[in-house]
Design a protein around this ligand. Structure first.
Ligand code: C2E
Ligand code: CA
Ligand code: CA
Length: 560
């Protein structure tokens, strides 16, 4: 084990000598001061103070047992109760043989007999215990990565934190190194050759780590971690790795990308530091040109923004910051457009960030499942709104709500939405469910099954963003759909672009074939509406009529 501590061996570790007798402190200090930073305490209370101050920087406590105020046993007892301090080894200083067993039981690592014998012996014991404890900290996961010979991930983190402990002020960089499209490489050339590439990278990383007071590991698959003293740039390292790969005639060429969290914030966990490096690396995943990316202020800000939203969402619902706005849908088959419904669209009136559109948070909440909490609230609000307007104006305005793919993955989703509609006291057919076409892309069978259940329970199903290109034509015939909403992007070029026009016509034909009505969304201009009317589109939603508005404002459309 010893050789793994090489780069730590040149620092002067701190040792605390606790003894109420001045002469004893003097003797031990004299022995140790050349090799160690020696601190002193004359009783248990003072000792705990020093331990508190030094924390994990303290490498060893030499502890007398019999002292006034607080004795050595009490010090040991208190240290045992602290997660950090219990890892600091203790050597008991005693002339009382019977106390030895007792102190070993309490967690002492060793003892030194008074009166003190040969200084060399004491030195050797101190040295041995410190080395033993440092090694023990990392010995728990000594296994190395079999393929590359690099440290295992847990060993790596253990070792990195030890390094931080001894060099708290050394500025460090956390790096992730990935092979671009490694799965493709494996598929093309075989796992064997893929492994060769990993070995080459590992070798270069180890070389670099050794040269820069650092360590390297393979975290998993084709992901590597590097923790090294701060460097101004990594172009040379990148070039070296690439050269090593291209220089090896047994493997095919491949590219790597590096994510860097430069000068990590040591108040964060190491895992977090590497997570940020990974984020940076992921940001150039699709780039052909860029191979190095730094975790920067913008990412930091976005991250903080996202973390705030995640933390705030539940309170935001309770505090009424989550608003439901409504956008009218009009039937345009006759000369005068007729209000036939509304789409509920979420807004977040955030106290710090102002009015947020769903584009800022919906996919974030889809990633971590919080979308369910938010959507259930929106659905409840929308259902209640149907009821309120019916009572207030004597007309039923069906409201469609957006149902995310993530919502549907919940096994109780059908029950949940039935309950929401029923307890609001509305007809289920007046709550329309908008499910985006892309939701059907994966796990199609299960999705079709659930949507069919919704339909059976009486809800109207609108397929949102239709034409965004996921469902095949033959699948459409088995999908339970009551309304098709055309993807907005065709609308943008409707007037200039022959292809968009053709698409809209084609989609209308499909809808006719399926015998379902169409909604054109994102209609902003009168010209667009006229074309769509001519094509036979029944319903229109878009800025031409109105943007999404708060419920009070929407009432103007109901009044007509
Ligand atoms: P979507 O379901 O396709 O909703 C239509 C979006 O287009 C809305 O954006 C709407 O404001 C906008 N829009 C409507 N007419 C026009 C127009 O004429 N021109 C243009 N340029 N835009 C128009 P919004 O409100 O920002 O919502 C964006 C997306 O966020 C929605 O797309 C939907 O996928 C999602 N979303 C909104 N509310 C919710 C919700 O409560 N739950 C879930 N899960 N998703 C929601
Ligand atoms: Ca929608
Ligand atoms: Ca849409």
């Amino acid at each position: 084990m010893g050789d793994q501590n090489i780069y730590l061996s040149n620092i002067k570790r701190s040792v605390l000598v606790v003894d109420d007798e001045f002469i004893n402190r003097e003797i031990l200090g004299g022995i140790l001061e050349d090799s160690y930073e020696v601190l002193y305490a004359e009783d248990g209370q003072k000792a705990l103070q020093v331990i508190e101050e030094q924390g994990p920087l303290l490498s060893l406590v030499l502890l007398d047992l019999r002292m006034p105020n607080m004795d050595g046993f009490e010090v040991m007892k208190q240290m045992q109760q602290d997660v950090v301090f219990k890892n600091i080894p203790i050597i008991v200083l005693t002339s009382d043989e019977s106390a030895e067993i007792e102190s070993l039981k309490m967690g002492a690592a060793d003892f030194i007999k008074k009166p003190y014998d040969m200084p060399e012996k004491i030195m050797a014991r101190v040295k041995r215990i410190i080395a033993l404890y440092e090694d023990r900290m990392i010995i728990q996961s000594t296994e190395k990565d079999e393929l590359t010979g690099l440290l295992s991930k847990s060993y790596f983190f253990e070792y990195a934190s030890l390094q931080d402990r001894f060099h708290p002020n050394r500025s460090m960089d956390a790096l992730t190194v990935n092979v671009s499209h490694f799965h493709l490489y494996n598929e093309l050339y075989g796992v064997q050759e893929g492994n060769e590439v990993l070995k080459i990278i590992a070798k270069e990383m180890e070389k670099f780590a050794n040269a820069h007071e650092g360590i390297a590991c393979r975290s998993e698959g084709d992901n590597f971690y590097l923790y090294v003293a701060h460097q101004a740039g990594y172009e040379v390292f990148l070039d070296d790795v690439i050269a090593a790969i291209t220089g090896d005639t047994t493997v095919h060429n491949t590219q790597i990308r590096i994510g860097i969290n430069s000068e990590v914030d040591k108040s964060e966990s190491l895992e977090m530091s590497f997570e940020r490096a990974r984020m940076a690396g992921d940001s150039i995943r699709e780039s052909q040109k860029e191979k190095i990316a730094f975790y920067d202020a913008k990412m930091r800000q976005q991250r903080m923004f996202e973390e705030t939203l995640i933390r705030n969402i539940v309170d935001a619902i309770i505090n009424g910051e989550i608003l439901v706005w409504y956008q009218p849908k009009y039937n345009v088959e006759e000369d005068t457009p007729r209000l036939v419904g509304a789409e509920a669209l979420v807004r977040w009136n955030h106290p710090k960030y102002g009015m947020l559109s769903p584009g800022r948070f919906v996919s974030l909440f889809e990633e971590n499942g919080l979308i369910q909490v938010m959507d259930e609230y929106i659905w409840g609000q929308a259902a209640a709104q149907v009821k309120t307007w019916k009572e207030k104006f004597g007309v039923t305005i069906p409201i469609s709500v957006n149902v995310s793919r993530i919502d549907i993955m919940d096994e109780h989703i059908v029950e949940t939405i039935c309950n929401i509609a029923d307890s609001a006291g509305i007809d289920r057919k007046d709550l329309h469910l908008e499910i985006t076409e892309s939701a059907y892309a994966s796990d199609t069978e299960n999705l079709v099954d659930i949507v069919a259940q919704f339909q059976k329970e009486g809800f109207v199903i609108e397929m949102d963003d239709f034409g965004s290109g996921y469902s095949s034509l033959n699948m459409l015939t088995v999908l339970p759909i009551d309304v098709l909403k055309v993807d907005m992007r065709f609308m943008t070029n409707l007037m200039e672009d022959e292809k968009s026009l053709r698409m809209m016509e084609l989609i209308k034909e499909i809808a006719d074939f399926l015998n379902v009505p169409m909604i054109a969304e994102g209609v902003e201009e009168k010209e667009q509406m006229d074309i769509l009317k001519k094509m036979g589109y029944q319903m229109i939603q878009g800025y031409y009529f109105s943007k999404p508005v708060p419920k009070e404002e929407f009432e103007n459309f109901i009044k007509g």
